[in-house]
Design a protein around this ligand. Structure first.
Ligand SMILES: Nc1ncnc2c1ncn2[C@@H]1O[C@H](COP(=O)(O)OP(=O)(O)O)[C@@H](O)[C@H]1O
Ligand SMILES: [Mg+2]
Length: 364
């Protein structure tokens, strides 16, 4: 009975527990360890620790030191590499297991604490600082560049008017077009650096999406792309700023249109979400943490080119773009707007298959 209770306690611990015997063979492997490593007990118990964690040689090393030299590690921070390629940051504490009668070391255990959510909050705050700096920096440059650009455009126009040569106007046309494109990017930069304050009110998100689809349709039709909507009619009002949300969803739809090939398909779905989620800090809700939140989910799903794993991490970084004429500000700006709404993003993408971007917004 006593042993059973102990086993139950170990099984239910939030921390992963990995126990080994004197030959470094795994003897104990609880549920949390399974979750952190992505390996089930049947694949681990009875196997050598070094075979189960071939990439994480550090774990075998510290366990060996604990076992052979009685050296314990406290909150040693490192990364567990899962087989599917994910890596989980952990803090590991090791202990020796002693024979109660003679005090000999008969094994060792490692307690693995999953640091993922703590790390993501820390990374978020580093990113925030970087964004604030980038914003000021970019706005400064944008201002500097805008004036001479105006001069260049004016001079090109003058040249066009004064010149009698037909061939020349082709060149001046290029100058004016490119200056206009640069100007558009600069406007976006300034918009990004000096955001307008949001004015959140209870709104019908379907009206926002209808406006966006209408605006996107012209672009989509040129390319033969179909936008299909599937709304949950019972979705309550959300708290949001209409103009800002139009901007966000227009960015997302545009990205999808640009990502799909001819005859591509874009789905716009809405539904209610009643789940536990990591809520990031926002103006309305400054404390990050897990909360039971009722949220509206808007999903934009395309069957386009998808996003590589490598690019995935950089999506929200200002100026990150894979497009020849992209500004790389669409997602960065959208991210900020959604955050100011107390909402969040989720992106799933498979290269060559397509991308699903979900936006979660608090309901009224
Ligand atoms: N739906 C999507 N499918 C594939 N890639 C996407 C999608 N949405 C965004 N991306 C990638 O994210 C990058 C950044 O997007 P964004 O911030 O809107 O800037 P831009 O569209 O100007 O490049 C894009 O260049 C693209 O590589
Ligand atoms: Mg874009």
């Amino acid at each position: 009975m006593q042993a059973n209770i102990c086993e139950n306690i170990i099984e239910c611990l939030g921390e992963g527990v990995v126990g080994i015997d004197t030959s470094m063979i795994i003897t104990v492997y609880n549920q949390a360890a399974e979750r952190i490593s992505g390996l089930s007990r049947s694949l681990t118990v009875g196997k050598a620790l070094s075979d189960v964690f071939p990439k994480d040689t550090w774990l075998t090393e510290i366990m060996e030191k604990t076992l052979k030299a009685g050296k314990v590690f406290i909150e040693h921070e490192n990364i567990i590499s899962q087989r599917m390629g994910n890596s989980v940051p952990v803090a590991v504490t090791t202990t020796t297991v002693l024979n109660p009668t003679n005090g000999d070391i008969i094994g060792a255990t490692a307690l693995l604490r999953d640091l993922s959510s703590i790390k993501s909050i820390q990374e978020e705050s580093v990113r925030k600082d970087r964004l604030a700096f980038l914003g000021t920096f970019a706005a400064g440059i944008a201002h500097e560049v805008k004036n001479p650009l105006g001069g260049i455009r004016g001079a090109a126009q003058l040249l066009e008017r004064k010149s009698k040569e037909k061939a020349l106007s082709e060149y001046t046309g290029v100058i004016i077009r490119e200056v206009d494109r640069l100007n558009k990017i600069l406007e976006e930069v300034l918009d990004f650096a000096n955001p307008r304050r949001i004015n959140p009110l209870p709104i019908n998100i379907h009206e926002v999406l209808d406006t966006v689809i209408l605006l996107g349709d012209a672009m989509a039709q040129d390319k033969g792309v179909h936008i299909i909507k599937s709304y949950d009619p019972s979705l309550p009002l959300v708290i949001g700023d209409k103009e800002h949300l139009i901007q966000v969803f227009l960015n997302l739809i545009k990205n999808s249109i640009e990502a799909v090939a001819r005859d591509g398909k874009i789905m716009v779905n809405t539904r209610m979400l009643t789940d536990f989620h990591l809520i990031e800090g926002s103006e309305a809700n400054p404390q990050p943490g897990y909360k039971a939140a009722k949220m509206a989910s808007v999903e934009i799903k395309d069957n386009g080119c998808g996003i590589s794993k490598h690019d995935m991490e950089k999506l929200f970084t200002p100026f990150f773009t894979t497009k020849a004429k992209g500004s790389g500000l669409g997602l960065a700006l959208s991210f900020r707007i959604i955050k100011e709404h107390g909402g969040f993003f989720r992106i799933e993408s498979t290269e060559g298959k397509g991308t699903t971007i979900s936006v979660f917004l608090p309901i009224a």
